[in-house]
Design a protein around this ligand. Structure first.
Ligand SMILES: Cc1cc2nc3c(=O)[nH]c(=O)nc-3n(C[C@H](O)[C@H](O)[C@H](O)COP(=O)(O)O)c2cc1C
Length: 165
């Protein structure tokens, strides 16, 4: 993409707004999780949801060997939790020593302060044609639904990601 188009594209997407999620996983005896904005429902019947993880992230590397991911809606007043999962990296810090969590189905760690969440079995993985994120298609296997507020991208975009994308 030429410089001008790329810049205008960044400008366009930086003004969009959408909910933030904390996506967690485990492989072997290791746990991982990061703040995610790139994700959406992608099928109604059967229900499917896709999460895009940066290929630089510790969470991505664990997810390569994982069976499932947990997708947590970040409540609107949990900016500090978003900071922990978005600014720290599992390459250097055990985030799960710094928040309350419990073991969930398919061995995913569940973050206590995010009660609205689902656990999804990884049904497919796909590359984004040379892009820097990989899509993980999830089949929900356990869901805790509820209302409540969510932290929007517009409140989280000033955080400094633990890994460059
Ligand atoms: C506003 C915001 C949105 C982000 N969205 C994503 C995303 O969609 N996918 C992703 O893999 N990382 C995303 N990140 C970056 C990771 O959360 C961040 O680099 C984290 O420190 C990685 O942790 P890890 O190395 O332990 O996996 C986002 C960060 C911020 C601040």
């Amino acid at each position: 993409m030429s410089g001008g188009v790329e810049e205008r594209f960044q400008q366009l997407v930086s003004h969009l707004d959408y909910p933030m999620f904390i996506v967690t996983t485990s492989a072997g005896d290791r746990r991982a999780g990061c703040l995610v904005g790139f994700c959406t429902q992608c099928s109604i019947d059967p229900p499917r949801f896709v999460v895009f993880l940066s290929n630089k992230n510790f969470t991505f590397r664990l997810a390569q060997d994982a069976e499932a991911l947990a997708v947590h809606v970040v409540p609107g007043d949990e900016i500090e939790l978003a900071r922990l999962f978005g600014e720290e990296t599992g390459d250097e810090t055990d985030k799960f020593e710094r928040c309350e969590w419990s073991p969930g189905p398919l061995r995913v760690p569940l973050v206590e302060r995010c009660p609205h969440r689902f656990v999804g079995r990884i049904a497919d993985r796909f590359s984004t044609q040379g892009g820097d994120h990989v899509g993980f298609v999830l089949e929900p296997v356990e869901v805790h639904a509820g209302g409540g507020s969510f932290l929007p991208f517009s409140d989280a975009k000033e955080l400094e990601p633990g890994h460059e994308a």
